[in-house]
Design a protein around this ligand. Structure first.
Ligand code: TRP
Length: 346
């Protein structure tokens, strides 16, 4: 059984354990603040976070700012991206009293865990990571040392707060696997400090973007949660479809049409085939209109809540989250040093 199948099976078992004992667990998850959050993020991860939080599990969300520079030379508008991401998370229903939002850059003690953790993995193990391999190929040039080692840094994100449940998509499974290895090796070498965390595979299928490929900001096929209704309709009108009148769901031969159908369908909670049947021979214009109405209708409440959360309010949530995360990181680093025989007292 491969890691993916094994994790999918474990996830089912974990979900009943969470429902039975939410207070025994701590969730850590996060994202790279490289741009605005879109519909794919909402369906892929954020709504899942909200469900877990509502079950009563304590949640941590890292806005992984040091991870932005793994594959790019500049941070861009990183402050704005962090603030806007938190506004979207809050608008979706995450409650700052139960969820701690923080950034890498504010937590020096988290970053310091990287050093002992790097000593626990081999260079060959890092080179074998399939996600890093794919990212290196996409970069198409020699890779920086941070790209190679960021999965170890991600282990520090998870272990500094002793997170034991890690909701991630498929791409991040190798990183959770490495985190498990690091936790085990640390505990074997220095004594019990860390739990061995489990990945929680998010069960929503990947949302296709406006062109049928995976929804991603870098493909320019995404619908930002914070866009206006007009911007949303305009982006949908620009989507490439075809001139066939009969609208049908056929992802292989009609990726553009099918991407729009899938987007409309997921927003209405129906099957793409049902949306297609409704449009019938209305052609692309009708399809685009229906899709824009479905997306805007679905996002209306989110956008209203979002508008009521000011950037200052989000910044305050991050400030408080950073303070709390830092306290935990200080305590964990102290424990790590004690276990390693490095709590010198001078
Ligand atoms: N690598 C994750 C992504 O692709 C973001 C992330 C950073 C993360 N640190 C994490 C996810 C810790 C889960 C746990 O967006």
């Amino acid at each position: 059984m491969d890691t993916f199948t094994a994790t999918a099976a474990r996830t089912t078992r974990l979900r009943s354990e969470i429902a039975a004992h939410p207070g025994r667990h701590r969730i850590l998850t996060g994202e790279r603040p490289t741009g605005r959050l879109h519909l794919g993020h909402l369906f892929g991860t954020i709504l899942e976070r909200v469900r877990l939080q509502q079950q009563g599990v304590e949640t941590f969300v890292v806005l992984a700012d040091y991870q932005v520079i793994t594959d790019r030379d500049s941070l861009g508008d990183v402050r704005e991206n962090v603030v806007e991401a938190v506004r979207d998370n809050l608008a979706a229903g995450l409650d700052p009293r139960r969820t701690t939002f923080f950034t890498h850059s504010a937590i020096p003690e988290l970053n310091q865990l990287l050093l002992p953790f790097l000593s626990l993995v081999t260079e060959a193990e890092l080179h074998r990571n399939p996600t890093v391999k794919a990212e290196a190929e996409a970069a198409g040039r020699g890779i920086g040392a941070l790209l190679l080692t960021y999965p170890v840094h991600q282990a520090a994100d998870i272990l500094f707060c002793k997170g034991d449940l890690i909701p991630v998509g498929k791409d991040n499974l190798p990183h959770v696997e490495l985190t498990r290895t690091i936790a085990r090796r640390f505990d074997e070498r220095y004594g019990p400090v860390f739990p061995v965390p489990e990945a929680l595979l998010t069960d929503t299928p990947e949302l296709p973007g406006l062109d049928g490929r995976k929804m991603s900001k870098s493909y320019g096929n995404a619908i930002a949660l914070g866009a206006t209704e007009d911007e949303t309709a305009a982006a949908i009108r620009r989507a490439r479809t075809d001139s066939e009148r009969l609208i049908a769901f056929d992802p292989e031969h009609r990726p553009g049409v099918s991407g729009l159908l899938a987007t409309a369908a997921v927003c209405r909670g129906v099957a793409p085939e049902d949306v297609a049947a409704e449009i019938g021979t209305g052609g692309s214009a009708a399809l685009k209109q229906v899709t824009a109405e479905s997306v805007n209708g679905f996002l209306r409440a989110h956008r209203e809540r979002r508008a009521r959360i000011s950037p200052d309010e989000a910044a305050e949530v991050i400030r408080a989250g950073n303070a709390r995360a830092r306290e935990i990181a200080i305590a964990t680093l102290d424990e790590v040093r004690a276990a390693m025989g490095m709590r010198y007292g001078f």
